[in-house]
Structure formats: structure tokens, C-alpha cells
Write a protein that binds this ligand. Structure first.
Ligand SMILES: Nc1ncnc2c1ncn2[C@@H]1O[C@H](COP(=O)(O)OP(=O)(O)OP(=O)(O)O)[C@@H](O)[C@H]1O
Length: 252
């Protein structure tokens, strides 16, 4: 589904060049739920922004279902962003003047889809995520967790190849986080959605199939879930703790 091959990205500040991604390679399979973790400044958001086509990269290749993103022109990139990618941001990015239902419909409105098709799809998603009872409310009238579940529904509206989530539980309490992660898990199980999520939250990451841990712009480790969610969370905490202490265990 997603292939990242030998990706390099640097930022220039005056005459100084900061290398932020250094030869990053990995794949995300269809239907997988994958998290990226790592210390602040390790390059997680930069990686996500490259995959999102928000920023260019220096070298390497990103392929979405076999299509190289660097070969697309601006019009094609806009089409990929609306039809092939779904986005979930830390601060929800809902439109305040639209209801929950209308926010969920945005990708199909852009697509100029027929109203009946849009309504049916939106109703199904709202039901799936347990927010159909608030569909006529405005963002200011609902909780953070409900806002984020609305954003997940919106991201799925066009059946994207891939959902890209940047700290989706970063602004939420633990109960709301659980509901939002539950929405991603439901999307995976019932819609075979593929999700790539940046997070600092080991609890959220412990629901993923795989966690890529980054350090200093490189992949430090990849952990595949085995055992219970609780056991996986303990393993993640152990790896992150060891990394911060500079003591590299093989925790695979
Ligand atoms: N537009 C930019 N210009 C210059 N440097 C940048 C820019 N964006 C990010 N950086 C730098 O690149 C490095 C990686 O940043 P990035 O945001 O990708 O890390 P991160 O792992 O997502 O961090 P965090 O967990 O704090 O969000 C940091 O040192 C950051 O200061």
C-alpha cells in the first residue's frame, strides 16, 4: 500500500543544513494499522508531511499503491489528497460553521458526489463511530473525543487508500482517546482501512499492528504486536525507556 524507500529530507537555515530524515525505508501493508513513535525532534511529523505531499523531500521515493508521489503534478497531488488519502489532525480541523454531518460530508462535496450517496455513506460512518445522535450539532457543542471521531469519519468518507493521523489523541483525555482509537480499530476491522499514525501515546500505539520507533531521523526499531494490548504497551514503554536511557535492547 505505502512504500517509503531511502527517504532523505533536510531543512536549510541560512548556510546550515539540518538533515532530519536519513535513509528511512519501510512499508505499510493494506489493512495495517501502524504507528510511528520516537522522541521530540526525531522526524516523525516531517515523515508524515512528506507522505502527505505537504512538503517535498530531497531524495528517495514514496509510493502509494505503486504510484510514485514525486512524479505527480499539483493537480494530481490535490486529487490524491482528496481521494486517496484521509487526514486526521491533532486539533481536529473541523469547520465550526458546519454540523457534524456536514463536516463528515466535506470530501464528497468536493468530489461533487450525488447527495443520496453522500448521505448514506455519512450515516453509516456516524453510526459505526457512535456519533449519529450528535449529527446535527456544531463542533462547539460536542466533546473533543466526539470531534475527533467526526474527523475520523470525514477521513474515511472517500474510502481512501491510506489514513494519515498526526497525534490524533494528543488533545484528548484517556477516555476520549480510547474512543478515538476504538474508531481507528473499527475502521480497520470493518472497512479494512489502512492507517499510519504519529503518536507520543503508548496506549494508542498499543492498539496498532506494528510500531516504528524513530530516533535522530532514522528507524531505531520496528515492533510487531504479539500478545495482549497491555503486554504490547509494556513492551513499547520498555523500548522507549531504553532508548531514552541510551541502552539498546533487542526487544523484537
Ligand atoms: N520547517 C522547518 N524548518 C526547519 N527545521 C524544521 C522544520 N520543521 C521541523 N524542523 C526540525 O526538524 C526536526 C524534526 O522535526 P519534526 O517535527 O519532524 O520532529 P517530531 O519527531 O515530529 O517532533 P515532535 O514529536 O516534537 O512533534 C526538528 O529538529 C525540528 O526543529
Amino acid at each position: 500500500m505505502l512504500q517509503v524507500k531511502h527517504l532523505y529530507k533536510s531543512y536549510q537555515s541560512g548556510t546550515i543544513k539540518y538533515e532530519v530524515l536519513k535513509d528511512v525505508s519501510f512499508e505499510v501493508m493494506e489493512g495495517e494499522f501502524v504507528a510511528v513513535m520516537g522522541p521530540s525532534g526525531s522526524g516523525k511529523t516531517t515523515l508524515l508531511n512528506c507522505i502527505s505531499c505537504f512538503i517535498p523531500y530531497d531524495n528517495g521515493e514514496i509510493l502509494l499503491k505503486g504510484t510514485s508521489l514525486s512524479k505527480l503534478n499539483e493537480k494530481q497531488i490535490a486529487k490524491v489528497r482528496n481521494e486517496k488519502l484521509g487526514f486526521v489532525f491533532q486539533d481536529f480541523m473541523l469547520l465550526d460553521g458546519l454540523t457534524v454531518f456536514e463536516n463528515v460530508c466535506i470530501p464528497k462535496i468536493i468530489d461533487e458526489a450525488p447527495y443520496e450517496e453522500m448521505e448514506k455513506k455519512a450515516e453509516n460512518l456516524l453510526k459505526l463511530f457512535g456519533i449519529d445522535d450528535i449529527k446535527d450539532k456544531y463542533p462547539a457543542e460536542i466533546s473533543g473525543g466526539q470531534k475527533q471521531r467526526t474527523a475520523v469519519a470525514r477521513a474515511l468518507m472517500n474510502n481512501p487508500f491510506l489514513i494519515l493521523a498526526d497525534e490524533p489523541t494528543g488533545n484528548l483525555d484517556s477516555k476520549s482517546s480510547e474512543a478515538v482509537i476504538g474508531a481507528f480499530v473499527k475502521a480497520q476491522k470493518e472497512m479494512k482501512a489502512t492507517t499510519f499514525m504519529v503518536t507520543h501515546d503508548s496506549f494508542s500505539a498499543s492498539y496498532c499492528d506494528r510500531v516504528i520507533v524513530m530516533k535522530d531521523g532514522k528507524i531505531y526499531k520496528e515492533l510487531i504486536r504479539s500478545g495482549s494490548q497491555r503486554m504490547f504497551m509494556d513492551r513499547l514503554l520498555e523500548v522507549l525507556g531504553a532508548m531514552n536511557g541510551g541502552d539498546e535492547h533487542d526487544c523484537k
